[in-house]
Design a binder for this molecule. Sequence first.
Ligand SMILES: NC(=O)c1ccc[n+]([C@@H]2O[C@H](COP(=O)([O-])OP(=O)(O)OC[C@H]3O[C@@H](n4cnc5c(N)ncnc54)[C@H](O)[C@@H]3O)[C@@H](O)[C@H]2O)c1
Length: 435
Amino acid sequence: MSHLDDFPSTPGKFKMEKSPFIHSRMRWHWQSSLAKLSFWSLIFMGVIFIFFFRSPSSNPIAQDPSRRSLRTYNWGGPVWEKRVRSSARVLSRNGFSVLVTGAAGFVGTHVSAALKKRGDGVLGLDNFNDYYDPSLKRARQALLERSGVFIVEGDINDSALLRKLFEVVAFTHVMHLAAQAGVRYAMENPGSYVHSNIAGFVSLLEVCKSANPQPAIVWASSSSVYGLNSKVPFSEKDRTDQPASLYAATKKAGEEIAHTYNHIYGLSLTGLRFFTVYGPWGRPDMAYFFFTRDILKGKSIPIFEAANHGMVARDFTYIDDIVKGCLAALDTAKKSTGSGGKKKGPAQLRVYNLGNTSPVPVSELVSILERLLKVKVKRNFMKLPRNGDVQFTHANISLAQRELGYKPTTDLQTGLKKFVRWYLGFYSDGKKAAE
Ligand SMILES: NC(=O)c1ccc[n+]([C@@H]2O[C@H](COP(=O)([O-])OP(=O)(O)OC[C@H]3O[C@@H](n4cnc5c(N)ncnc54)[C@H](O)[C@@H]3O)[C@@H](O)[C@H]2O)c1
């Protein structure tokens, strides 16, 4: 008899063994195998259970930084609507009512405060994400609250929220500054750039295009769109098809998306290419900010050099100059021409460089900080890593000068002095300055 004969040829047709001894031996063998199998299955399921339910990384939102912004926010209700309306109320003759996205951010805070000061109605919107210390964003929020600007907590991807805001207020303008900023972080969390700079921008434009009346939109692009362009100074006519980082690529995508919404729906759109903005209430991920922190801690400062000891330089632009450029862009923006999602005629589409036109080597930035902070700096010269940073930026601002009357007036030494004064006040006594 072949050993193969012991097994059924078809399922369910197992033939009974004739010998009782063989039968009981087999039963014992089966029972013991079954017990072993159950034991190991239990162990296996236990391990799976521990992995999924006890592991700190089992929460997919905590695990994936790009999904952190998918938080839900509380908005709506009569008290909330009253705050929205009151914040956006225009207090000057011919003033605007402006929705400022990214209002708890560095540039957003300064622009919101300046608009409010001159009598425009301002409503902020920000998701307060934790790309950098959210307590700094909260401190900026407290600052704006004191001047009567309410920041709605929410994401620009939340179309229902955006529609609600346009239902409550007929915004004449949108100053769109919400974005995932920073060049290097794109290698860590690429999804956050797509979420805020592409999907978020489209979500905002969709609501703007359907609003009645459509607002005029001024939004922040970036000098980073010039990427590997080596012709200086960078002019708006230069090529912008060689981005050196995903951040730059999403800003470039934004410019193309702006073109589409202008072309199809008649939205008035102005893109502003900011060049390395710095100043009080600035961004902790930027070199001038963390150099200051690290110099005060006695840490050595990395100074990047390009190939053959080539200097790395930036066209540092002081925040007050940027704010003037933003307000001028809003003031000169023509109305959108569409209504109810339909284009009625050609609309304005503009792009401007907002820089300082005088690039300064990063080593010089460190020397200025050294003098202002009165601390001897330990310099650590390093090769410029290939992580998205470009060797230099230099703006040609003649177009903005001509059409916006833009004229930067603050040099790096003067601007850094103001930044350092703010920094020392803000961080000296446990952020007390923000209360
Ligand atoms: N600061 C610069 O040097 C510089 C240079 C070039 C371009 N820009 C651009 O200017 C704008 C403002 O930059 P900043 O320096 O004030 O940056 P920031 O990070 O301080 O401000 C951006 C704000 O947007 C918010 N935000 C991000 N994603 C959001 C979302 N999906 N929904 C709602 N809010 C969201 C953030 O919480 C943050 O408060 C950005 O578009 C940035 O890309 C800045």
